[in-house]
Design a protein around this ligand. Structure first.
Ligand code: FAD
Length: 538
């Protein structure tokens, strides 16, 4: 197979144009071309009156060698890399030890799946409920039922990404093509085939729920075991080696290999690990608000006359502004045609995030507009100080929202002018249980407020209407990434506890569904190799 990159065609081209573009590029005749398949399809909408589709194609031709020699100096004609996943080993028959995976978010799901596929029969523990039960609790909370601190947007089967936009792209370096393995498994579990080739795939909430269930079924069919409502409350360490876990069920589970994939909201678990001297450092994260505009405004601004084109879908954006103060403000987790969701996992605290369905047909676009903060400057003195800052901001938001899980909100115009809001404009809030109009400047530190006030008008220069007075801000967004890093070495084990494999977003090694899945694969390989090495020594 040969791979051709950077093949550009107009948005409304015909299927046959693709083959024609290949033939013109290679200056060869149709009878030499055996097959053309799309590896990736992106688009360039910088000129909205002439949007181009950009293809990466895999082609089969009669004589690869001659063509390659002919195009030796063209970086856009190369051999297609082999992106198939290869397992690092298989568990020997009769292996009695079983690895444990703590957390069934994307990281734990892929760590567990890979270990199961390699024959290691993992035991997977999650503090939350199986995904259907969890969905009832989470949607119940959004309809004003009480918050269940163990079953919500953050905790339970599927992890934090289950009720999300399901964006499946990441900027991590992926030389071994682990991302392809993640996408392939998702397609096998029911995701649309297009996630394999569109440049910014997404699957939305409801598809994810069913996919996660199918992947769990595969793990158990391969001899793995999944236990829900089972929180790890303690780790037992002897001479720097993990030897067991205490569970919320009262059981003690002996284990020498545990993947710690607990996500960024397992604050009690972080405290427990810190108390057990597992090495943890504070790390930068970001805080801010969710911003909502009408999706039609974003579509129009980005795609002009092509707004609504089925290939383009609902438009997204990615914005960054470097403030005079040296702070960076950026958009994060943009959800086209989606809703703002209540993402709290602790009582008496309000947190926002965003989600959408596959169709992305809701009226509003939302994204987090956040300010980067750093331990040295903004929460110094203790590895867990970032968690305390998050809690303080979430409590302020809860109080400002009326102490009933409504979120505090403000119109963009009022926020920029420093006056409390009292009446909604055209943009209707999508957050449930509900919002309370107020003055959001009370909820974040002054440096963050002034940075966001500087950034929004700057963003308006890129997306006309972004600073529109009746756009809406809802607070607070505090869980953009983990406030800590649980340090691991080159062998993927904690730097001071052998057998403990910090992984995924909570440990600071991923940010998003795809990168968490990739990290799960890497850690599963490390666990497998270590177990195989030890089983040879036995
Ligand atoms: P998590 O997904 O957080 O999973 C951790 C799991 O560990 C949870 O299931 C939890 O119940 C369990 N757990 C915690 N503590 C314990 C314990 N002590 N014992 C047992 N189990 C425990 N990312 C994207 O790429 N695209 C998106 O569109 C997107 N949208 C999002 C929308 C929302 C509303 C949210 C909240 C997040 C979104 N994200 C998105 C981020 C993404 O979900 C996370 O980056 C990803 O889920 C991290 O995966 P993880 O496996 O590392 O951790």
């Amino acid at each position: 197979m040969l791979r051709l990159t950077d093949i550009k065609l107009p948005l409304n081209h015909q299927d046959a144009d693709l083959t024609q573009a290949v033939l013109s590029k290679l200056a060869c005749s149709a009878q030499h071309l055996k097959q053309v398949s799309v590896f990736k399809r992106g688009f360039d909408a910088r000129n909205k009156h002439d949007i181009q589709l950009i293809y990466t194609l895999d082609i089969e031709v009669d004589d690869h060698e001659t063509l390659l020699a002919q195009f030796a100096n063209d970086p856009h004609v190369r051999i297609s890399p082999d992106t198939r996943y290869k397992f690092v080993g298989q568990a020997p028959k009769g292996l009695t030890q079983r690895p444990v995976v703590i957390g069934l978010g994307p990281c734990g799901l892929f760590a567990g799946l890979l270990l199961a596929q390699m024959g290691f029969k993992p035991i997977i523990l999650d503090r939350g409920k199986e995904v259907r039960e969890r969905t009832k609790d989470t949607f119940g909370f959004w309809r004003k039922k009480p918050l269940n601190p163990e079953s919500n947007v953050q905790f339970g089967e599927g992890g934090a990404g289950t009720f999300s936009d399901g964006k499946l792209y990441s900027q991590v370096k992926d030389r071994k093509h682990y991302g392809r393995k993640v996408l392939t498994e998702f397609v096998d579990a029911g995701a649309p085939d297009e996630i394999m080739y569109v440049s910014k795939p997404h699957i939305g909430t409801f598809k994810l729920v069913a996919m996660v269930e199918r992947m769990r079924a595969q793990i158990t069919a391969l001899g793995g075991e999944v236990r829900f409502s089972t929180r790890v409350d303690d780790v037992h360490i002897e001479n720097g080696q993990l030897i067991g876990l205490s569970l919320s069920t009262g059981e003690r589970l002996d284990c020498q290999h545990a993947v710690l994939a607990v996500g960024h909201s397992a604050r009690d678990t972080f405290k427990m690990l810190y108390d057990r001297n597992v090495y943890i450092e504070a790390k930068p994260f970001s805080v801010g608000f969710r911003i909502e505009h009408e999706q039609s405004m974003i579509d129009e601004c980005r795609f002009g006359p092509s707004a609504g084109h089925p290939i383009l879908g609902a438009a997204d954006y990615k914005l960054v502004h470097h403030c005079k103060s040296g702070r960076a403000v950026y958009s994060f987790c943009m959800c086209p045609g989606g809703t703002v969701v209540a993402a709290a996992s602790e009582e008496g605290r309000v947190v926002t995030n965003g989600m959408s369905q596959y169709s992305r047909h809701e009226r509003n676009a939302n994204s987090a507009i956040v300010v980067g903060i750093e331990p040295e400057k903004d929460f110094p003195g203790h590895p867990l100080a970032g968690i305390e800052l998050q809690r303080k901001l979430e409590e302020q938001a809860y109080a400002l929202g009326g102490s009933n899980y409504d979120a505090p909100a403000q119109l963009i115009g009022d926020f920029l002018n420093g006056k409390p809001s009292s009446e909604l404009g055209d943009v209707k809030p999508s957050y449930t249980p509900g919002v309370k109009l107020t003055d959001l400047s009370e909820v974040l530190p002054d440096y963050a407020i002034s940075a966001i006030r500087e950034a929004i008008p700057a963003f308006d220069k890129q997306i006309k209407g972004f600073a529109k007075a009746d756009g809406l801000l809802t607070g607070v967004e505090t869980r953009t990434s983990s406030p800590i890093s649980i340090k691991r070495g080159a062998d993927y084990q904690s730097v001071n506890v052998q057998g403990l494999y910090p992984a995924g977003e909570g440990a600071g090694y991923a940010g998003g569904i795809l990168s968490a899945g990739i990290d799960g694969i890497k850690v599963a390989e490390a666990v497998a190799l270590s177990m195989l090495e030890n089983s040879e020594l036995d």
